[in-house]
Design a protein around this ligand. Structure first.
Ligand SMILES: CC(=O)N[C@H]1[C@@H](OP(=O)(O)O)O[C@H](CO)[C@@H](O)[C@@H]1O
Ligand SMILES: [Mg+2]
Length: 548
């Protein structure tokens, strides 16, 4: 066993207090996420993993965020944030899973030893970890367990308290870049508000204010944080009315509210009464997803999801790049198979912007977006951001306009790079981006919505005996296994006009997801049901047959 800063006695003692239940844990797309009462042992082990990760990276600060996002209040979860504010490197997901499933102290210590040996970790160094959490009632106990793990591992740790997920990502990046040429900002919550508000004011300068927007915060952490942000903005410049801001009453978090609810149900959240012509948006429970919506004159609800935000952002940035005379900067958009077919058509056909497809999960989108000078990425569910490459940032910073218009555009581009959270999707930052664009264009939500009309779509879930038998290719758009199933799906799809459907195993739930879109609502529902039935029949469906 290693002689190390990781105190074996303390690890043994902590393992006694935080015994591992008989659950198969896996670090998935969203870290570890499940019913909060099963997470105690995970937290202490995540403390150890975070310390090891920091040691492996010579003491760089690692982030730990405790949240279950849009999931029910009784759930919770935890994920690790790498030094540049990005998601944990993939190879460490497996290590985290291994440690999570180690039960007795000897196994835990030997997993730790193998990690130390594998990466030649110098355990005499100091590990640095920061952590934060959302509003869930289970957080304080889980934080205490995390702290036990961090202490047992001898890490220096800082509790940043209640934060949105993107704020924690921001803080991690700020701490690790402090004092360097690409210092990201002040590593405080205030620093975050100052950075965003200054950029926002620059972009809004001289523009008439729009009517107040209504923001549904899903009774989550976004509510107090948005209230805090509002203190930095003159209400003559921009104002917001917050709905669903009750973080105290048990049971309210995400209940019939928030970005996921609005996207999936395709209806307004509880507490929002839609007036025609007004603007509405929803954050999710940890404020990293955003969707907009409005009612038309007939009172009909319309959703402006992540695809619509991506289209709007790409259009605006491409225009600005052109106006600024820095055309060498290329803009690209990254989507997943869940992007509405009409959005892809709009991006490639009308905006003429390159679009790449990747597997579900923001880490895939993020990495692909890094390949462009300006990479716009959004999942249809509203999680996304815009990344500027170091070269693009440099071009924007150093270019000098030949005309006042070019100079203004360069200043605005520069401000955009500050306004947009470069680490991860951020509901607050994304909302400010959308607000800037609508203000510049003098657009209502309805005008923004004119870009293209979404094909009706439907997302269904089928519970099967073993979802791991579903294997995909082509950015999850086609099945390779079970054999022959894709051909059968193709046959069904060919019967529908503008039909598209694909099937993949969820990475976060024990189910297979079926997506369908087609020319009309009736056709879409019929297509979704037919494919779901096929999956149920041929893929080992359990429980009652699918219904749409
Ligand atoms: C269709 C859908 O919305 N899938 C979500 C969901 O993943 P699944 O692997 O589909 O369960 O959770 C992920 C993590 O939050 C998110 O990135 C993704 O977009
Ligand atoms: Mg979230």
């Amino acid at each position: 066993m290693t002689q190390m800063i990781l105190d074996q006695q303390r690890i043994r003692a902590a393992n006694e207090i935080h015994p591992t239940p008989d659950v198969k844990f896996a670090y998935g797309t969203a870290g570890f996420r499940m019913q909060a009462d099963k997470l105690d042992s995970i937290m202490f082990k995540v403390g150890i993993i975070a310390a090891l990760r920091s040691l492996k990276l010579n003491g760089a600060t690692i982030g730990v965020m405790i949240t279950a996002s849009h999931n029910p209040e009784e759930d919770n979860g935890v994920k690790l944030v790498d030094p540049r504010g990005e998601m944990l490197e993939q190879s460490w997901e497996g290590l985290s899973t291994e440690l999570a499933n180690a039960r007795d102290a000897d196994t835990i210590l030997s997993v730790i030893d193998s990690i130390v040996a594998k990466y030649n970790i110098n355990v005499d160094n100091k590990a640095n970890v920061i952590y934060a959490y959302d509003t869930r009632p289970s957080c304080p106990a889980l934080v205490a367990s995390l702290k036990d793990g961090l202490d047992a591992a001898g890490a220096d740790s800082t509790d940043f308290g209640l934060k949105t997920t993107p704020q924690l990502h921001y803080l991690v990046k700020c701490i690790n870049t402090k004092g360097t040429n690409d210092a990201y900002g002040e590593p405080t919550e205030e620093g975050y508000y100052v950075k965003l508000s200054e950029a926002f004011k620059t972009l809004m300068k001289g523009k008439p204010a729009m009517p107040t927007i209504s923001v549904d915060c899903a009774n989550g952490v976004g509510a107090p944080k948005l209230k805090e942000f509002l203190k930095y903005i003159d209400s003559n410049v921009w104002s917001a009315n917050i709905v669903n801001d009750d973080i105290k009453t048990p049971g309210k978090l995400n209940y019939n509210a928030g970005a996921d609810y609005v996207k999936v149900q395709q209806k307004a959240p509880l507490g929002a009464v839609l007036n025609a012509g007004d603007r509405y948006c929803s954050f999710d429970g940890d404020a990293d997803r955003l969707v907009y919506y409005y009612a038309d004159d007939a009172g009909v609800f319309h959703l402006l999801d992540g695809d619509k935000i991506a289209g709007l952002a790409a259009m605006f940035i491409m225009d600005l790049v052109k106006t600024a005379g820095v055309d060498s900067i290329n803009v690209g958009v990254v989507q997943t198979a869940y992007a509405n077919g009409s959005s892809t058509k709009y991006l490639t056909g009308q905006l003429k912007v390159p679009v790449s497809f990747v597997s579900t999960g923001v880490k895939h989108l993020h990495h692909e977006a890094e390949k462009y000078d300006v990479g716009v990425y959004f999942e249809a569910n509203g999680h996304g951001t815009v990344l500027f490459s170091p070269e693009a940032l440099n071009t924007i910073k150093t270019s000098e306009g030949r005309t006042p218009a070019q100079n203004t555009a360069l200043t605005q581009l520069q401000a955009l790079t500050e306004l947009i959270n470069q680490t991860v999707g951020d509901a607050l930052s994304d909302m400010l981006l959308v607000e800037v664009i609508l203000t510049h264009r003098h657009w209502t939500c309805q005008e923004w919505d004119q870009a293209y009309t979404d094909l009706p779509n439907r997302l269904a879930k089928v519970v099967v005996a073993d979802r791991t038998i579903f294997k995909t290719t082509d950015a999850e758009r086609r099945l390779v296994e079970p054999q022959g199933l894709q051909q059968e799906i193709d046959t069904i799809v060919s019967k529908y006009s503008n039909g598209r459907s694909f099937v993949r195993a969820s990475g976060t739930e024990d189910a297979v997801r079926v997506y369908a879109e087609a020319a009309t609502r009736t056709e879409t529902d019929s297509l979704a049901l037919a494919v779901a039935q096929l999956v149920y029949d041929r893929g080992g469906g359990v429980g009652s047959a699918p219904s749409i």
